[in-house]
Design a protein around this ligand. Structure first.
Ligand SMILES: Nc1ncnc2c1ncn2[C@@H]1O[C@H](COP(=O)(O)OP(=O)(O)OP(=O)(O)O)[C@@H](O)[C@H]1O
Length: 471
């Protein structure tokens, strides 16, 4: 089974133990599923409200917050048809019975054999015979790019032309503008369409695991590497590899990637066998790579190799004429998922949508539409419904989530690398970011910047002093 031939079934893995999440998600991805991991029940329920139910969910029982059985209960109410596999080290009668009474599809006792865990997915989805996803769920229209504005038409033409040529493509654009969707379209329209499309988000994977994610590793290559792991490059052989957030790739790995791109061959981590692959690389970034190059954080030669052709995705605020059509599509998708009639936007509501600045771009619009589908009381969406939903969305919230996630990914990676004195180091960077933002905001006026931050002017001056000394 591979993920390229049809839309892969979506599987969610819920476990507070990061290593279980990682190992199970990786095995499921290798089997061709599209997998998201969650560390607690609250995050699952939030994602469910935003994105609708996945095709299958694995959950641990003992977790901080709602435990897996409470989550199972809530899932049965919110998404009655979703098959849930309950995993637990506590194979006592009570939790097994509780799980089945609660409507669990299967019970998996820990520690489990990975192959068994993956085989359960095929059984639960009714795909033992190799289909990538159950027919009813396959090929959602979600993969089609929507847009009728001149900017988008130009882009579609470019995709059509570029898909045929085996060139590396660099897709730039703000977060949520559809970079991944464009990468998928480039693959789908290409002669490689029957081979895998494999995506890797560089920013989402702890730095210490990235190399083996890309190039694979042999059993015993490092502590915890119990079995051979096939990296994304090999998985994508004959197809396309989408490297998202390429600007976040650590420099050492950039060097290795450059070499692999130049030579078309590599060794797995800890391996002796030279692996040759034929992969088209499509990279994406929301950062300005030229600036990163100037700052010494991105290799100029790697940029040249990736940037044979560049596609720029315009932010949504530069193509407002697409908003109505996109909103209609997202409201229809939400309605189909909730088995309800699609809600419509009243004229004042549409005007409010058109006036919004959409810092989170199409993803923000999509989230807003899903919330409206779930929360607006009547079939016609009012301006007031929209004010309420927009107040809860927006960049601050998105940036907040992102900030927390990145900070904790950073801390985990530092700890894994054996870093000491993490708190002092983090606080220095934290202070510096706040100070620089406040000074920029106030045009360099220190008293005002200090007041805005809630700091005394002397404290600010002292902190500025430390920041300068260190940098
Ligand atoms: N033109 C479009 N038509 C339909 N849906 C779109 C379009 N652009 C984006 N979307 C939807 O918006 C969401 C975000 O798109 P995508 O993940 O491709 O953005 P991205 O630019 O890769 O974001 P990030 O930089 O944060 O990874 C997806 O759910 C995608 O389906």
């Amino acid at each position: 089974m591979n993920a390229s031939s049809a839309t892969p079934a979506r599987v969610w893995v819920v476990d507070d133990d990061r290593s279980v999440r990682f190992v199970l998600a990786t095995a499921l991805r290798e089997a061709g599923y599209s997998v998201d991991g969650f560390e607690n029940a609250d995050d699952v329920l939030a994602a469910l409200a935003l994105r609708g139910a996945p095709d299958l969910l694995y959950t641990d029982v003992r977790m901080p917050g709602d435990d897996g059985l409470v989550l199972l209960d809530k899932l049965k109410a919110a998404a009655p048809r979703l098959p849930v596999i309950v995993m637990s080290a506590y194979t006592d009668v009570a939790s097994t019975a509780g799980a089945f009474r609660g409507g669990a599809h299967e019970f998996l006792s820990k520690p489990f054999d990975l192959d068994d865990a993956v085989a359960l997915a095929a059984r639960a989805l009714g795909t033992e015979h190799g289909a990538a996803a159950p027919a009813a769920e396959a090929a959602p229209p979600a993969d089609t790019l929507i847009g009728d504005t001149p900017a988008m038409r130009t882009l579609f033409r470019a995709i059509g032309r570029l898909a045929q040529a085996p060139l590396s493509v660099l897709i730039t654009g703000e977060t949520g503008t559809g970079k991944e969707l464009v990468a998928r379209a480039l693959h789908r329209e290409s002669p490689r369409a029957a081979r895998p499309f494999v995506a890797l988000n560089t920013a989402a994977i702890p730095a210490e695991l990235l190399e083996s994610e890309l190039f694979g590793h042999e059993a015993g290559a490092f502590t915890g590497a119990q079995r051979r792991h096939i990296g994304r490059f090999e998985q994508a052989d004959g197809g396309s590899l989408f490297l998202d957030e390429i600007g976040d790739m650590p420099l050492t790995l950039q060097t290795r990637l450059l070499r692999v791109l130049a030579e078309g061959e590599f060794f797995r981590v800890g391996g002796r066998e030279l692996i040759r692959v034929d992969v088209r690389v499509i990279a994406a970034t929301h950062q300005d790579l030229e600036t990163l190059v100037a700052e010494g954080r991105f290799r100029a030669d790697l940029l040249h190799r990736l940037d044979v052709v560049r596609l720029r995705l315009p932010p949504l605020r530069e193509r407002r004429a697409d908003i109505a059509q996109l909103a209609e599509r997202f409201l229809a998708a939400a309605a189909a998922k909730f088995a309800a009639t699609p809600k419509r936007l009243s004229k004042p509501a549409l005007e409010r949508l058109l006036a919004h600045d959409w810092p989170g771009n199409v993803r923000e619009l999509e989230n807003v539409c899903w919330r409206l589908a779930a929360l607006a009381p009547a079939d016609s969406i009012t301006r007031a419904d929209l004010d309420e939903v927009l107040a809860a969305s927006g960049p601050a919230r998105a940036a907040d989530d992102d900030w927390d996630a990145r900070l904790s990914a950073w801390a985990r990676a530092q700890l894994a690398e054996g870093a000491q004195d993490l708190h002092a180091h983090a606080r220095e960077r934290f202070d510096r970011a706040l100070l620089e933002a406040a000074l920029e905001h106030t045009g360099g006026r220190r008293t005002e910047a200090a007041a805005r931050l809630g700091l005394g002017r002397n404290t600010l001056t002292r902190k500025l002093g430390t920041g300068r000394k260190r940098s």
